[in-house]
Write a protein that binds this ligand. Structure first.
Ligand code: ANZ
Ligand code: ZN
Length: 874
């Protein structure tokens, strides 16, 4: 019988509607079964779903559907990370209100998400720009203010003197404002910060316990937190050389062992000593103004050319009063780290070496690598930061680096100047407190009021939320909230005098630092969470998202969860028990002769004798096939999920993306392979239809025994069931799909034999077809529902229990034993598992390799070690 072609376009929306009507993916908070929380990073409502979203959400959906079938109360929610700059840019460019733009985009993207067939609980949906969400965020901000986890701090910001506005680091391009083109200045302003550094040590240590996180993500977090053990050293200054009689300079070093290789001291442009010296030296003041122009972004500072200015100040070596070191102001020393001052040892630090090579200060190596002769070990352009023994270092000579560090620390700790020791051990972290103030309109308002008499006054709880005004204008650069004629003018809740609202809004990373907890009870109007529910449903068992969020988003979420614990909103510290970072979707690029890019949809690929060729559909002209790259608008190498779903259906898109690469690697979008997936869908459809015909002839009761043909099929079915189940748990989806294909082949082989199978075979076909449909149902849920009907099953496959594995079908019925002659391996032999020793002996002695090894000698003994070895003694 030939079934009609499977029609995804007709079938997919029908099943989506039915799932919706029955609300089968809604999870209930009073469900007593064990919970499983699957979450994909929620999208920014840019207006369109891109193919990377499709991959991300499909990965999570497979797991969610599988865990649901396994009997878990699965929580799989979706929402919108809805605040941020693009909405304001749209307002400026297209004169649409940020709110309208955002909610329109959400509606459009929700429709697109639905067309993918995701098993989401839409009843929990929210957007972070909903006042009913950010109201609780404001409440938590005030909780954090009360407990000292939020504070005001003076910070340097990028200031655009023409637009009169603060710029984010990304808005500073080559030291200039992105819109005005003006040279950006650094300005100190009061900012709100979250005290993440209070948890630096804990956030670091707890990484060890996150054993279901990728190692690379944990390493990135470790480096970001950046714990360093080192020594604070108070260098004496030659007071005759200092601007105002300063007597000492404190530095932080992680390499006190290299003290005898010191060639200079360097201080930050913001160091008080630099400021004092600049006041007396206009050339230094000019130099400082100059190096400050490059902005505050770390990446820029790291790559900028090393520059310094000799202040004329001299420091004294802590172990030799006659040894004087010049003090420079240098652009690579940051005020925000350590003490804002260093001693430079060029032989063992690349930055220091670049610096001395530029200013002709020379270098002396003090660590000699093992196996090198200290007399001939020189450093020229590359600093040596490896292991070795101390040289040129007086009392440290011959020691290892660690011994030398310890020796220096001990000596300087016990040496006093004034009343204080010259050296002090210290642990430093790179991690800075999290600055959350943004001078923008489209964000969560920070709920405080500034009163000239009472200073900072929290907005009283009963006045929350502080909502954003909607009648705003974006005609002027800067913060529209600040420009609003009335919004910020209020009376002080404390004294009743005239006061102004804070017009800064929160960094959007705050919004995404607790949404996962809100999903556990988004209906609670009086509190951010319902702790009993949150404590039961959290942590997220499997979080899935892009590696671009490996550092900040995950670290902020880990911090925020701790802050919520400290303020009584949840009773745990780690929000994500399992983390998975998916790869990107990449595509070939196509370029016309004039260098312009064209989209994949505009070209046709021809495969001929000379390989692949691309032609422009419209004109037939040749286009060049370029390298495979991350999909981007600029290179036009994107595919639109809507187009793909319209031409092939969601199941094909899902299957393709799961099958072609391991989920943590990049997947190359290829039309040819997508078509392959589409053919496989039709093949499965035919297989199930043919199986259904045979299933009608199967006996109702399970046969007491199965012949070899039926048994082989049953083993293929249960083998696949076993491998796919464990594969899904480990997110090895591409491997699962390969097993499903293999199993489909095994079923096809049986069907190919004719249409009147024996009852035991018919029963096995029915069982196999059912298992097959269930195995691919998490990946291709629409096709699976349609097949479920064909097989005459009741209910929805999306609600069916996962099939039970019959373990005895997994046991292989033959075993392979190693064959030895006089203890030496000569080969192996495969025998039935139930074979008797006499049969095994006969089989072994018949082997050519054994006969050859014996060389005609008589056999004295044959020792059989069951299931493992046969040793022939000659
Ligand atoms: C002397 C030295 C010799 C250093 C040597 C390194 C190698 P981590 O590991 O990241 O903590 N440093 C200290 N404060 C700094 C600042 N504010 N700006 C720029 N650099 C600073 O790095 C600690 C090392 O970075 C310190 O150890 C110091 O240089 C430098 F062969 O001291 B070292
Ligand atoms: Zn007041």
């Amino acid at each position: 019988m030939t079934a009609e072609r499977y029609n995804a376009r007709e079938s997919e929306p029908r099943w989506q509607r039915l799932w919706d009507e029955k609300a089968i993916f809604a999870s209930k908070n009073d469900d007593k079964r064990p919970k499983y929380y699957v979450l994909e990073m929620f999208p920014y409502p840019s207006g369109r779903i891109h193919i990377g979203h499709v991959r991300n959400y499909t990965l999570g959906d497979v797991l969610a559907r599988f865990m649901r079938a396994k009997g878990f109360n699965v929580l799989h929610p979706m929402g919108w990370d809805a605040f941020g700059l693009p909405a304001e840019n749209a307002a400026i460019e297209r004169k649409v209100a940020p709110k309208a733009w955002t909610y329109d985009n959400i509606a459009a993207m929700k429709k697109q998400l639905r067309s993918i067939g995701l098993s989401l609980d839409w009843s929990r949906e929210f957007a972070t720009c909903d006042p009913s969400y950010y109201k609780h965020q404001q409440k938590m901000f005030l909780d954090m203010l009360r407990t000292g986890l939020a504070e005001r701090e003076k910070r340097k910001l990028n200031w655009d003197p023409v637009d009169m506005t603060v710029l984010a680091n990304e808005q500073v391009i080559d030291g200039r404002g992105w819109r005005s083109g003006a040279v950006v200045e650094q300005r100190e302003m009061s900012q709100w910060v979250f005290k993440i550094t209070k948890y630096a040590q804990e956030l670091l240590e707890a990484l060890d316990g996150l054993d279901r996180w990728p190692d690379k993500v944990r390493l990135m977090q470790r480096n970001w937190i950046g714990r360093s053990e080192g020594l604070l050293i108070r260098f004496a200054l030659d007071a005759a050389t200092t601007p105002a009689g300063e007597t000492e300079l404190k530095i932080f070093t992680t390499r006190p062992d290299t003290l005898f290789g010191a060639k200079f001291m360097a201080i930050s442009a913001d160091h008080p000593l630099a400021v004092a010296a600049a006041a007396k030296n206009p050339r230094l003041a000019e130099f400082i103004a100059d190096i400050k122009k490059i902005g505050t972004a770390q990446s820029i500072i790291d790559t900028a050319e090393k520059q310094g200015f000799d202040t004329g100040i001299k420091a004294v070596h802590p172990f030799d009063p006659s040894w004087k070191l010049p003090v420079y102001v240098a652009n690579f020393v940051l005020m925000e780290y350590g003490t804002g001052a260093i001693f430079g040892c060029p032989a063992h630090d690349q930055r220091d070496l670049d610096f001395v090579n530029k200013y002709g200060l020379g270098n002396v190596p003090v660590v000699c690598p093992e196996g090198q002769d200290p007399k001939t070990f020189f450093i020229t352009d590359t600093a040596y930061d490896g292991d070795g023994r101390m040289i040129n270092s007086r009392f440290l000579d011959g020691m290892t680096i660690d011994q030398a560090k310890e020796e220096v620390a001990k000596r300087l700790e016990s040496e006093l100047r004034g009343n204080a020791p010259v050296g002090e051990r210290q642990v430093n972290f790179r991690l800075r407190d999290w600055g959350i103030s943004r001078q923008r309109y489209w964000g969560c308002p920070i709920p405080v009021i500034h009163c000239p008499t009472c200073d900072v006054v929290p907005v009283p709880d009963d006045q929350l939320p502080v909502t954003l005004p909607e009648d705003v204008s974006f005609d002027k650069p800067g913060n529209a909230l600040d420009h609003h004629p009335t919004w910020k003018h209020v009376t002080c809740p404390k004294c009743g005098g005239k006061a102004v609202r804070e017009t800064d809004t929160m960094d959007t990373f705050v919004d995404s630092s607790w949404y996962f907890a809100r999903f556990t009870d988004p209906w609670n109007e009086t509190a951010p969470t319902t702790p009993t529910v949150a404590n039961r449903m959290m942590p997220v068992d499997q979080y899935i998202g892009g590696v671009e969020h490996a550092i900040l988003h995950l670290l902020y979420s880990r911090f925020f969860t701790r802050a919520m614990k400290a303020t009584g909103h949840i009773d745990m510290t780690e929000p994500f028990a399992g983390m998975f970072t998916q790869g990107m979707v990449v595509h070939e690029t196509y370029q016309k002769a004039d260098g312009s890019w064209v989209t994949p949809a505009e070209v046709k690929i021809e495969v001929g004798g000379n390989g692949r060729r691309a032609v422009l559909l419209a004109t037939g002209e040749d286009v060049e096939i370029g390298p495979i790259e991350k999909m981007s608008k600029s290179k036009k190498n994107t595919v639109d999920p809507d187009d793909i779903i319209a031409s092939y259906g969601a199941d094909v898109a899902r299957w393709f993306m799961l099958s072609d690469s391991p989920p943590d690697r990049d997947v190359i979008w290829s039309d040819e392979r997508v078509q392959g997936a589409a053919r496989f869908v039709q093949r499965l459809w035919r297989l199930v239809n043919e199986s259904a015909e045979i299933a009608k002839t199967a006996p109702a009761a399970r046969p007491a025994t199965f012949g070899p043909e039926a048994l082989t099929l049953r083993k293929a079915a249960h083998g696949a069931l076993d491998k796919v189940s464990s594969g899904i748990e480990r997110l090895h989806f591409n491997v699962c799909l390969a097993h499903i294909r293999e199993f489909a082949n095994a079923l096809a082989e049986v069907l190919a034999k004719g249409d009147k199978p024996a009852p035991d075979v018919a029963w096995a076909v029915k069982e196999a077809a059912t298992i097959l449909v269930q195995l691919f149902s998490p990946m291709m849920p629409h096709l699976a529902e349609e097949c479920w009907v064909v097989l005459g099953r009741e209910g929805l496959v999306s609600e069916a229990d996962w099939p039970q594995i019959e373990r005895d079908l997994l046991v292989e019925d033959s075993v392979t034993l190693v064959v030895q002659v006089n203890g030496k391996k000569r080969g192996d032999v495969t025998v039935p598992r139930a074979a008797q020793n006499a049969d095994i002996e006969a089989a072994v002695l018949a082997l050519d390799a054994v006969k050859a090894a014996l060389g005609g000698k008589p056999v004295r003994k044959v020792i059989v070690v069951p299931m493992r070895i046969v040793n022939v003694v000659g």
